[in-house]
Design a protein around this ligand. Structure first.
Ligand code: WT7
Length: 632
């Protein structure tokens, strides 16, 4: 651990250096890792293709860096404490040596199944240690993992399996979530029945449900790995070989597979982890995200392990058995750095502080936030009641596509300002552009947040469709990476994120394209067409508001239709994307050319009753009055 900046002045000096001499800057950081062969070039890039190559010619395996490299000094250090959903059940922990051994055993198992370098493997699993083992085993054999959040439906799983043409799914019989058990195995069976690329399914027993195993296809997790050797020669990977695909929503219906590669992702996740959280030797770090999202990839699995950290991995939810669970876990493991989402903070805030004060949170040093803008009230509550007004809040802004944290304070080194994500990390060159693509130099003026220079963990492509990557991120403004967010900069150079400027809504820190939800709603038999917008929601940040035109012939109750629509969304995407409000309307406000005026629908969802601006291009302005009258 030698990557850590120790003062704000040092940050400023490093930042300056990273902009003036980026290749030298990142080259020196990359030197601290273990490469089987050193790179020829630190960076080759152009944002027009786009083509971005970091550490080209370098060869490595990321698992040698997060396991083997640490063994001489950390063999017996705990890598993860696992805290089960059930507060009375016994937890587990795994040391670096044990993790190494399990990963090697699993890698041997993968080889036995014929998994080769470059093959795609889908992981659809709970928050258990075996999931981390599966992820790292893929990386060790050179297979490309595509983790699918276990809250996604069978249909969503199948879409992702198909897009990646995965050979293998690694899953569990089910998972524990508060008082519920969720059946994953039947979801996989249902999902992949029409996915010809799948050859095998590995199933971990988590809930003892004794699922039916399909002969010749299904294999029990432990049956595969028991008796395997604890040694496995890590596959040699080029720095720019794919490490993983992670699907994320965009403005169009189909989720896209964001591709990250081995070398750059390794360098940046470790560097950002140590600096943002100011992780010190011996500290215990806890990120509450799910491994199915990028936060889990970068700051549960890769970043902390690369830095030789000890972390907590938690199976449950913040409100089970009660709203003190997070604080109980912090006390139990003496957590030093805690990283969660504003939606969780707001949900727990509504339970008051008595329950917080039952626990000893004195071990906390840094508390973090991620996934959506954190409102001032939640920020203050978090700072005062969880951090006891002594821990810095690091409000970390980043994206699936950025691979790691981009804008944030660095532990207690940086000044803070509630609702401001703060400063760019070294190597990150943000700009705000106006609609013509000119850089905004004034302070406090809102613009489109873009990046003008690559950093090591920027996405390289969208799987199977490079044009889409180019069109989504590199074509809006020539020569820039476009984030899709609007932001402002204050006089001290701190950034404040306003929110998405595209048709993406952020529900509890999860990202959904409105088109994706509309497609799901439109599969419903009662529905003719629909339009979905986001609206401010006290806990979730944004809620999902659906305007739906139904077939007038049908006589069903609205309540039945609404619940049927919710079922459709649950089936197509998952319950996490179900609309909070469904308004049945007779028509949508469309222009003469047939385009839905979402601006108006957004205003109505926000509670606006009049003043919709220029509506002269509407085909039938009366539609608006009727929607307003019946708005929810
Ligand atoms: C979008 C990315 C990367 C973490 C999980 C979400 C929003 C993320 C913040 C923040 C304001 C934030 C942005 C971004 N976002 N962090 N600290 N403040 N907004 O990853 O699903 O790829 O979503 O989340 O709108 O574009 P994601």
């Amino acid at each position: 651990m030698s990557l850590r900046i120790q003062s704000f002045e040092e940050y400023q000096a490093n930042y300056k250096n990273s902009v003036e001499n980026p290749e030298q800057f990142w080259g020196e950081i990359a030197e601290t890792f273990f490469w089987q062969k050193k790179w020829d070039n630190v960076l080759d890039w152009n944002f027009n293709e786009p083509s971005i190559e970091w550490f080209k010619g370098g060869q490595l395996n990321i698992t040698e860096n997060l396991l083997d490299r640490h063994l001489p000094e950390r063999a017996n250090q705990v890598a993860f404490y696992w805290e089960p959903n059930d507060i009375h059940a016994e937890g587990k922990s795994i040391t670096y040596q044990e993790l190494h051994n399990e990963v090697c055993k699993f890698s041997n198992g993968l080889k036995e199944l014929g998994i080769e370098k470059g093959d795609r493997v889908c992981i659809y699993m709970p928050m258990v240690l075996e999931s981390v083992v599966a992820i790292l085993a893929c990386a060790r054999v050179g297979a490309v993992h595509s983790i699918i959040f276990a809250g996604f439906s069978a249909h969503a799983l199948a879409d992702r399996v198909d897009d990646a043409k995965a050979k293998l799914v690694i899953t569990a019989d089910g998972l524990n979530r508060g008082t519920k058990k969720v059946d994953l195995k039947s979801m996989v069976d249902e999902g992949i029945k029409n996915c010809p690329s799948i050859e095998n399914v590995i199933i971990l027993n988590c809930i003892d449900s004794q699922p039916t195993m399909q002969e010749g296809r299904d294999i029990d997790y432990y049956q595969l790995i028991n008796g395997q050797s604890t040694m496995f020669q890590a596959e040699k990977m080029e720095a720019e070989d794919m490490l993983f695909i992670l699907y994320t929503s965009g403005s169009t219906g189909k989720p896209k597979g964001v591709v990250h590669t081995c070398g750059g992702y390794m360098v940046y996740t470790s560097y950002s982890f140590e600096n943002v959280f100011q992780y010190n030797e011996g500290d215990v770090f806890w990120c509450t995200a799910d491994i199915g999202w990028i936060t889990g990839h970068s700051y549960i699995v890769y970043g902390p392990l690369l830095s030789g950290a000890t972390s907590v991995i938690f199976e449950g939810i913040p409100t089970f058995p009660d709203a003190g669970r997070f604080w109980q876990v912090c006390e139990k493991y003496k957590v030093n750095q805690f990283y969660t989402a504003p939606t969780a903070i707001r949900a727990l805030m509504s339970h008051g502080t008595d329950i917080v004060n039952e626990y000893d949170l004195s071990s906390l040093k840094v508390i973090g936030s991620v996934g959506e803008p954190i409102n001032e009230e939640a920020w203050n509550w978090y700072y005062e009641n969880i951090g006891k007004s002594k821990c810095p809040v690091v409000d970390t802004w980043w994206q699936t596509e950025t691979g790691g944290i981009m804008l944030s304070g660095l532990g207690d080194l940086s000044p803070m300002n509630p609702t401001h994500a703060g400063y760019p990390l070294p190597g990150i060159q943000p700009v705000l552009l106006d609609s013509k693509g000119n850089e905004i130099t004034e302070n406090e003026k809102e613009g489109y947040l873009c990046m003008k220079f690559p950093w090591p963990s920027i996405l390289r492509t969208t799987y199977g469709d490079h044009e889409r990557c180019k069109n989504t991120y590199f074509s809006n403004y020539d020569g820039y990476y476009f984030t899709g967010d609007g932001a402002k900069r204050n006089k001290n150079g701190m950034y404040r994120i306003i929110g998405r400027v595209d048709d993406v809504i952020n529900v509890s820190g999860h990202r959904f394209g409105t088109a994706e939800i509309e497609c799901a709603i439109n599969t419903n038999k009662f529905v003719i067409e629909s339009a979905v917008v986001g609206y401010p929601h006290d806990i979730k940040g944004q809620g999902i508001y659906a305007y739906v035109v139904i077939d007038i012939e049908n006589e069903e109750d609205y309540a039945i239709i609404q619940s049927s629509i919710i079922d459709s969304v649950s089936n197509e995407i998952g319950r996490i994307a179900k609309p909070d409000k469904i308004q049945i309307v007779t028509g949508l406000p469309k222009t003469r050319s047939g385009k839905i005026m979402r601006r108006i629908l957004r205003k109505i969802a926000e509670g606006e009753k009049a003043n919709f601006g220029d509506t002269s291009t509407l085909l039938d302005p009366n539609v608006v009055d009727s929607i307003v009258e019946n708005s929810i």
